[in-house]
Design a protein around this ligand. Structure first.
Ligand code: UDP
Ligand code: MG
Length: 325
């Protein structure tokens, strides 16, 4: 029988740990196609999430957990869970039940009998979200799709099922700046998208602030394309050639009309304009250099403080060369 691993990243989700299990377990049990394991990842929660996971893991033999030494972010939590997964397929789900378990039978069917290696999901609506946030999200997807080669579907969730092949390919990407939505797409394989209507959280609050989302968007763009650097080059070429033409004009008018000592306004505007432009482009270059700095340090993506009693080991994968350490 095949094994499906369900990976659940959790940050301050004490109310949802058990609720998630008791909701999803019957669904997957009902499908009956495969055995299953739950892998909870505690991303440095400050509430009793870890305690709840420990209890659940002690009570149910197919529940394992990994607990981080601090909050490393959802990307790191997903990575840890995927690394620990032993399944023939891995399903990523949010613990707040915003990823409807009712889709699981369809996803597993598509994987088992439909020949799909990846079944991912997207929200067709963003109801219940502040309109401004939806607008920014839309613009972000437009922008990143215009700029980079990988196509990231607007409203794509992290909720997805991946075959072992896709999982192992994903794990070969060892970068520190992890923008999983893009990485999953980058990996490729035969994929299918399932749509669903937005669902409100079952309990607790979202931990994403507006600024966190802005940073996430910048990370996404910078880690998937270098086209901002190219823009800087083109824009530099354009302004340099305009400046050159303007220089001729200035010299010409000096020779023909003499030197009327005006021009304070134009000089100041030009200085400020180019000063600002240079700072922006320096900032863009800085974004990339900062990421090189982080990659070069090659720190681990997360630190595990505690694991469930059936230890989660990566040694097998390291031996197989899936993970380089
Ligand atoms: N999460 C996490 N680490 C974080 C933030 C969030 O593991 O630093 C988890 C969180 O517990 C949830 C999932 O990621 O299971 C999605 O988070 P959330 O519901 O806050 O995001 P939203 O659904 O609003 O996009
Ligand atoms: Mg959520």
């Amino acid at each position: 029988m095949k094994l499906i691993s369900i990976v659940v990243p959790c940050y301050n989700e004490e109310e949802s740990i058990e609720l998630f299990y008791s909701t999803v377990q019957p669904v997957i049990e009902g499908i009956g196609y495969a055995d299953y394991e739950f892998i909870y990842v505690n991303d440095g929660s400050k509430d009793s999430t870890e305690q709840k996971m420990r209890e659940l893991s002690n009570a149910k033999k197919n529940v394992r957990y990994i607990s981080f030494s601090r909050n490393f972010g959802k990307e790191a939590a997903m990575l840890a869970g995927i690394e620990a997964a032993r399944g023939d397929a891995v399903v990523l789900m949010d613990v707040d039940l915003q990823d409807p378990p009712e889709l699981l039978p369809q996803m597993i069917e598509d994987w088992a009998n439909g020949g799909y290696d990846v079944v991912y999901t997207r929200r067709s609506t963003r109801s219940g979200e502040p309109p401004l946030r939806s607008w920014f999200a839309k613009q972000f997807y437009k922008l990143i799709n215009k700029m980079s080669d990988v196509h990231i579907v607007d409203g794509a969730r992290d909720y997805r099922l991946m075959d072992r092949k896709a999982v192992d390919s994903f794990l070969r990407l060892r970068e520190r700046n992890r923008f999983a939505k893009g990485l999953f797409m980058w990996v490729g394989y035969k994929s299918k998208c399932i749509e669903f209507e937005n669902v409100e959280r079952a309990a607790g609050n979202t931990s994403w602030s507006f600024w966190k989302l802005v940073h996430y968007a910048i990370d996404g763009i910078v880690s998937f394309t270098i086209s901002p650097l190219r823009w800087a080059t083109y824009f530099g070429l354009f302004t340099a050639s305009s400046a050159f033409l303007y220089m001729f004009y200035v010299i010409f008018s000096k020779l023909v009309y003499g030197n009327p000592v005006s021009g304070y306004a134009s000089i100041v505007s030009i200085m400020l304009f180019f000063g600002g432009l240079q700072l922006i482009f320096l900032g863009i270059i800085g974004e990339y250099i900062g990421r090189i700095f982080i990659e070069v340090k090659a720190r681990p993506n997360y630190i595990v403080k505690e694991e469930s009693s059936q230890p989660v080991t990566n040694m097998e994968k390291v031996r197989k060369g899936i993970i380089q350490r």
